[in-house]
Design a protein around this ligand. Sequence first.
Ligand SMILES: [Zn+2]
Length: 380
Amino acid sequence: MSVSPYNILVSPPDVILTLLAQGLIQQYDKLKDNYSIIRQNETELEPLLISALPRLSALYMCEGKEDKVASVHTVMEMATQPVKEWGIDYFEKEDFPYREIILIEPETLVPTLESLELAREPGGYGEDQILEKKYHNQVRKLVKAARSRKDELYTSIREFIVRHPLVTSQELEEWKDSLKFPKARKDIASFYREIPSQWTHNNQQVHRCSHCGGLLRPVRDKTRYPDGLCVVSHCRRKGVFPKTNETLLADEMKLLNSQLLTYWVGPGLDEIEIYDAAQKVGRNVKLYPDSDACDVALDGLAVGIDAKSYTSALMLINRLNTSIGKLANYERKIIAISDELEDEAGTYMATLTFQKSGAAKNLEFMTVSALINSIKSGHI
Ligand SMILES: [Zn+2]
């Protein structure tokens, strides 16, 4: 099977375009009517535009094209042309839904309505929000055809992915068979990729992380990290874990693509820990119920739990104040925060508690370990 050249990108091309639309709008809001004063340095460009630009450059490069976007002024000019004319093959494809759109009005230099629509579509600003939505939509769309089995399949697919950042090809095939939903085979295959050779150890061996099941890639500092470091950043934040005692060979293994490692496996570590703990004490618990109404539900609609691992409490509470999604359907609504984010002074939790308003006003906040203790002791 041919490998897509886009696999090397941090984000897929459609996500890069959405991020760029968001960046341009953010920049426009800051400067309003005078684009000509934009200078290309980090203090004057808005953060989303700063992250969109190198991603767009990488897109040109992975298609073997000359990088046209070294200057922000060129990007502004390009944005007044339809996306299909930017010289990017991916955006020219007949089936690319945004090929005709123009991000900035050529005459007034105001973001177009389509640009605003594109930017709003993920339900929030920022790359993580865009990617999270993209994969949820992909899996939701996929399982829709299964009708009565759709929620069960959604949970199975997401749970497998979160628990198996690294799999043997055989395990993956057996699991695909066990789903009894042939339609999903192609999408699931697209979630996994070959192991990059620079991520193997002696003689093409692969090290599996004993904490999250991810891959430990070799690093220069062999004294401190003899087994390597985990590719899942959330896992690295939780500690340094040794490899498992298995002999795994690269050509027999598959690794999840980077976006899913970051946006599903990382946050999924807490979700699975809560779910497993509740199941162990015999609770009536569901993972990703109703095609992801929340992360973990106890006793039907009695308790809904979402695990969050934003490093910024302010960003998290701003987002929750705007919307808590389907968590609103649950009687008790709990946001579980990764243990490693709680600081000694309690600033993180205080920010959440004192700044909650709007959609977030009935939320309860607790750390993952406090929540697990309450579930075990029957308080929740
Ligand atoms: Zn790990």
